[in-house]
Design a protein around this ligand. Sequence first.
Ligand code: SF4
Length: 308
Amino acid sequence: MNYVDLYQSGELLKRVREAYHRLGSCDLCPHDCRVNRLSGERGFCGAGFRPKIASANLHKGEEPPISGVNGSGTVFLSGCSLKCSFCQNFPISQLGNGEEISIRELATRMLKLQKRRAHNINFVTPSHFLPQILAALWQAIPLGFTLPIVWNSSGYEKPDALELLAGIVSIYLPDMKYADDSQAFSVSGISGYSGSNRAAVSEMFRQVGHLETDGDGIGVKGLIVRHLVLPEGKGGSVDTIAWIADTLGQETHIALMSQYFPAHRATGISGMDRALTHEEYDEAVEALEHGGLENGWVQELDEERGAV
Ligand code: SF4
């Protein structure tokens, strides 16, 4: 079952309606704000009724199965359900920079990226605009939209919201940011991240399984987990990697990232105000080896950013 089948059977429209219904007392993510976004109220993420995007462009800096040769059709959504103290994109995620557009315009941007030969449409930080994305897809399909959809999220999501994406999203690209809820709360201002994140990633995996690629190495469907190693082990790398190996399996694709640097408010937070040490990053790399996780990508620790 793919999104064209869901469109033709009427199931996609049903899901669009169900998703919009949830905006009336918004419970799309674990914050459960219960604000009425249909009437313009805003919750923790700052998102309103209309989709708001910061950009829609070809991007070649994602993992190779996502970027491919032509690039990924990346649509950056404004706002976020996390408030990470170190967020490099905080003007978009926390200050809400971007442009409010109509559903029709969002569908048009998706079609334009398809025309530019993007391998996929990659929605970045999409969770709070799930209904609007489904509605844009519903408008784009009869206009000839056929690209795979990538869901590039913080992983702070609810399984029952993600169920609305079954058969629609081809590739899930979630973060697994923390294994310890107290770290998630102090660094990113969110409650219960670990349990919500693991339940969300399990639902994603249930829908799409392990990553599959075509003959050119372009992702067709599946899961890629991203994990950014944080200073002082605040990201819980060893615990998270062990959970992935035990729960999802050793075939799981992981993108291990070393690119942490103290952006935004992190410069004023003890322990977050520096780059990673080699020991901190090596511990995460060793956890991958220990867990037998060989699929994916391990970023080099960037000396120029001042690893200590
Ligand atoms: S999507 Fe936004 S408004 Fe809705 S529950 Fe999450 S943070 Fe609150």
